[in-house]
Write a protein that binds this ligand. Structure first.
Ligand SMILES: [Zn+2]
Length: 277
């Protein structure tokens, strides 16, 4: 081998090493404002959305039409990342479809808009049943559940019923992801302890009042559906369904509770766009 080709190889290695170092520098050590770090970092290391998922996201997540181009790309990128991180399995006659992946990931990314680094890392497997499924543990039929072992289980029929009306405040996808979010926060993992305990306590205090009113007036029309009075975890999940699908009505009903939840989730569909700070 002659010396000029030796030199070329050396130069290529040096350039490659320099580019790699620069990329690491941007990823982990970019100085300056958090704004620059977040924006630039996310641009450089964005996971590109497989276009097969886009029509489903645009159809079922109205928030996308409200986001600016940059935030929309971040949402899409996070959906792809979520899909890449999880194993989707089905039971019974159905097969995993792009629609399933797009909507399940979309629901997760929608409720974590305020926590761009949270991907429910504790939950690696998603099991999809065609319809309600019988649980041997509870001896009942279930629409969905989130278990401590890191599995999210969903009835696809119930899941799609939730998305058939994006404004009725009932959505199994958001409901189960809300349970997952709370569990994710307490199970030690890559991403946990991000929910603010102080605000959570204040939310629970206010929620108790709502639950009490429901218990005293079981027949009375309450903003939150009756099931939410089951316990605090169910109330939290139902509140998130309404926070996303009926934010105006929720805020009008109990603005204190609404604003506390906005603070917990770190976004508010009525006021601000995520990532803009
Ligand atoms: Zn529940």
């Amino acid at each position: 081998m002659n010396s000029s080709s030796d030199n070329t190889i050396e130069i290529i290695i040096i350039i490659a090493f320099a580019l790699y170092s620069i990329s690491l520098y941007f990823k982990y050590n970019l100085p300056g404002s958090a704004f620059l770090k977040n924006k630039l970092g996310r641009h450089l290391f964005r996971t590109k959305l497989n276009p097969v998922y886009r029509p489903y996201l645009e159809k079922y997540f109205p928030v996308l039409s409200k986001l600016n181009e940059d935030d929309k790309l971040i949402f899409e990128s996070r959906v792809q990342k979520f899909i890449n991180m999880k194993t989707f399995k089905t039971r019974g006659e159905i097969k995993v479809t792009p629609e399933m992946k797009a909507l399940i990931a979309g629901a997760a990314i929608q409720i974590t808009m305020g926590y761009p680094e949270v991907y429910f890392s504790h939950f690696r497997t998603i099991i999809i049943y065609p319809d309600k499924y019988f649980s041997r543990l509870t001896r009942k039929y279930h629409q969905g559940e989130v278990n401590q072992l890191g599995v999210i289980v969903l009835s696809w029929k119930s899941f799609m019923e939730g998305f058939s009306d994006p404004r009725d405040g009932v959505n199994l996808g958001y409901h189960e992801m809300a349970h997952a979010l709370k569990l994710q926060d307490i199970v030690a993992n890559n991403d946990y302890s991000f929910l603010d305990t102080y605000t959570m306590r204040a939310f629970e205090k206010e929620a108790m009042k709502e639950m009490q009113i429901m218990k005293e007036n079981p027949e009375g029309a309450s903003f939150f559906r009756e099931y939410s009075a089951t316990n605090m975890n169910e109330f939290f999940a139902v509140a998130i369904e309404n926070f996303i699908e009926k934010p105006n009505e929720f805020k009008k009903h109990n603005s204190n509770l609404y604003l506390l939840l906005a603070k917990i989730l770190n976004f508010d569909l009525l006021e601000i766009f995520p990532y803009s700070s």
